[in-house]
Design a binder for this molecule. Structure first.
Ligand code: HEC
Ligand code: HEC
Length: 321
């Protein structure tokens, strides 16, 4: 009996030592960094590409990066009470040291593919477009480098994200739960606009990322294979605005009861471009106004959404909880 107790005691002691060692490793060793492998980027100079870049930046970057000075100087993105703690989005104006002036085009492209910043730290995947065509990605970078007013240098600086000193988050990063998106550097192209359904899929899952807000949750989305995101296009994701007021996204699968299965294409067009529902009510501002989209783009997204399996999820039931 005594011997058994002794062995148990030693076992317990070893376990405690192991736990202390692991905790010390998590807390005191530096965050893992990743090698930055910038691809070669050919920036377009034609006005059509710049206009395209502007569309993505205005619809996919400004809601997070637009600061109080009206430039892309960054804003408070998550509050101290959030699981990740206080975090600011970065100053991505052209400032040479405080903004993206310090990035090369290749480093920006690598960040937008993988979420790895130029120091090798994982900051994504909020800004990642892993399957966007090389051409469209280059048009984003061209716009970031353009003479657009929102990109002009801002002096704004922000506190380092709280998660860098959070034990929990450090553990998740060190155990590889949060990791960068894979990128093998192979050329990526977009389907032609003439292939309407494939083009609509590209716009809805990659270019304008409709699926990101319209699937179950930002945390469970699968940027590499969007169709594998839980609740794909079935809504229910609480989408916050700048003041952290949330609005639950809607089911936009072809379900007749809970989705947009009984809508017409024209009704879809006015909802997406003008924010007006078929019953005349206005969509809340957490749904961006896609007024700058060409009708052809919205029609392609519509055609594609008809091919998404209908989901009987009622997102508003979640809201009523
Ligand atoms: C959902 C919010 C969100 C969206 C959308 C977003 N970002 Fe960010 N971005 C962030 C946050 C938060 C950080 C800072 C993360 C950190 O420091 O850990 C950041 C950091 C950055 C950085 C700086 C990385 C560094 O540390 O040097 C760049 C560059 C950037 N974003 C570019 C973009 C571009 C371009 C887009 C649009 C294609 C975009 N982001 C869309 C939230 C967002
Ligand atoms: C930033 C998050 C976000 C993005 C990106 C987004 N949506 Fe939405 N969308 C919402 C939210 C939130 C609502 C619910 C608004 C409300 O209830 O007033 C909504 C509502 C809608 C509705 C109305 C559905 C209904 O039943 O009333 C349609 C249609 C729609 N979105 C289509 C799209 C399309 C198409 C795209 C991509 C081009 C897109 N959304 C991108 C957040 C988003």
């Amino acid at each position: 009996m005594k011997k058994a107790l002794k062995i148990a005691g030693i076992g317990f002691g070893i376990l405690v030592l192991l736990l202390i060692a692991t905790a010390a490793w998590i807390q005191f060793t530096p965050m893992p960094t990743y090698e930055v492998k910038p691809p070669t980027v050919q920036l377009p100079v034609d006005s059509a590409s710049l206009a395209k870049g502007r569309k993505v930046v205005e619809l996919a970057c400004t809601h997070c990066h637009l600061g109080e000075d009206g430039k892309m100087s960054g804003r408070l993105f998550s509050q101290a009470t959030d699981p990740f703690g206080e975090m600011w989005t970065a100053n991505i104006t052209q400032h040479p040291t405080k903004g993206i002036g310090r990035y090369t085009d290749g480093e920006l492209a690598y960040l937008l593919r993988t979420g790895i910043n130029r120091d090798g730290r994982v900051v994504g995947p909020m800004m990642c477009h892993p399957n966007m065509s090389d051409e469209d990605l280059a048009s984003i970078i061209a716009y970031l480098r353009s003479d657009s007013g929102i990109m002009q240098p801002s002096e704004a600086t922000h506190p380092a994200p709280a998660y860098l000193s959070s034990f929990m988050v450090k553990a998740l990063i060190k155990f590889g739960v949060f990791k960068p998106l894979p990128y093998d550097g192979k050329p990526i192209s977009a389907p032609p606009a003439t292939d309407q359904i494939a083009y609509g899929r590209y716009l809805a899952t990659e270019f304008y990322e409709c699926y990101g807000c319209h699937s179950a949750s930002f945390e469970t989305n699968n940027p590499m294979e969007p169709e594998k995101s839980p609740g794909f296009f079935a809504g229910g994701n609480p989408v916050p605005d700048e003041e952290f007021n949330t609005c639950i996204s809607r089911n936009i699968t072809p379900s007749k009861e809970h989705g947009i299965g009984s809508w017409t294409e024209e009704q879809f067009l006015s909802a997406v471009k003008g924010g007006i529902r078929p019953d005349g009510s206005m969509l809340q501002h957490q749904m961006p106004r896609f007024a700058v989209l060409d009708d052809e783009e919205v029609r392609a997204i519509w055609a594609y959404l008809q091919t998404v399996p209908p989901s009987e999820n009622n997102p508003l039931r979640v809201e009523a909880k």
